[in-house]
Design a protein around this ligand. Structure first.
Ligand code: SAM
Length: 242
């Protein structure tokens, strides 16, 4: 942790997402000033990503697996697979944000089986069906997030798995067995993160559970840097395409 780097990242977060003619343009302008400092700060903000990759690893073939990360940013999350990356036939890192993808390109340049793609998660289609698709803190930044889920399902082979980890809030009356957040949390977190183009939703989990066979759902809370005492709700979902 470097306080000066943190201050720069916090300043871009406090200013909020800048304007722009397209979604990609807005993201480029938001992330360009923080791209090289992105990973260190997000390590303390975006929890559960290692757990998601560990869960997905159990569903990949021992050799020759194919997987895609949508909204991959700097390509940091694939590294949670460790040596398993070398057993993959192909890992595709998809994002619309060029400054973050430049970091991903640098990180994975020595790996012929890792490919960086500048493309929209709601439209990108791989050449071959894949074993796993995952999104880490990306659905909340994709305005048409349900299209990204539908598109991910199109990319998967039958029996393939979709993994998601992201911020969320509950519905006022969630499904039986699901966590209920109080009214303050349900209103505070979307307002707080909305400023930066992040939209914690009450609809992700209901939609994911409707579209896939549920293999795992964890509902958790985690600390937020520089907001002492507050814990942001996030979920981890793994489901199978039926
Ligand atoms: C909070 S970041 C998470 C990045 C990375 N998954 C991580 O865990 O560090 C959200 C990412 O979603 C990307 N994103 C937003 N909308 C997108 C879209 N329509 N298609 C592809 N990527 C998108 C952003 O550019 C950004 O890299």
């Amino acid at each position: 942790m470097n306080l000066r780097d943190d201050a720069r990242v916090l300043w871009t977060l406090l200013r909020g997402q800048p304007g722009g003619a397209t979604h990609a343009e807005r993201l480029n302008r938001f992330y360009a000033p923080q791209a090289t400092r992105y990973d260190d700060f997000r390590e303390r903000l975006l929890h559960g990503r290692g757990d998601l990759l560990a869960a997905l690893a159990t569903h990949l073939p021992s050799r020759g697996g194919r997987l895609i990360e949508l909204g991959a940013g700097t390509g940091h999350n694939l590294a949670y697979l460790g040596d398993r990356v070398d057993t993959l036939a192909c890992a595709e890192l998809v994002d619309v944000c060029a400054p973050l993808l430049a970091q991903a390109q640098r990180r994975w340049s020595g790996h012929d089986n890792v490919v960086v793609r500048e493309a929209d998660a709601t439209r990108y289609r791989p050449e071959h069906p894949v074993d796993a698709v995952y999104l880490a803190y990306a659905l909340t930044m994709i305005p048409d997030w349900y299209e990204a889920v539908d598109n991910a399902l199109e990319m998967l082979r039958p029996g393939g798995v979709l993994g998601v980890v992201d911020f969320y809030v509950s519905r006022p009356h969630p499904a039986p067995g699901r966590v209920r957040h109080g009214a303050l949390a349900r209103h505070f977190w979307p307002a707080w993160f909305g400023h930066d183009g992040v939209r914690p939703s009450a609809d992700h989990l209901p939609y994911l559970t409707r579209r896939l066979e549920v293999l795992r759902i964890d509902e958790r809370r985690a600390p937020v840097p520089y907001l002492p005492g507050l814990r942001m709700p996030y979920y981890l979902f793994v489901g199978r395409k039926v």
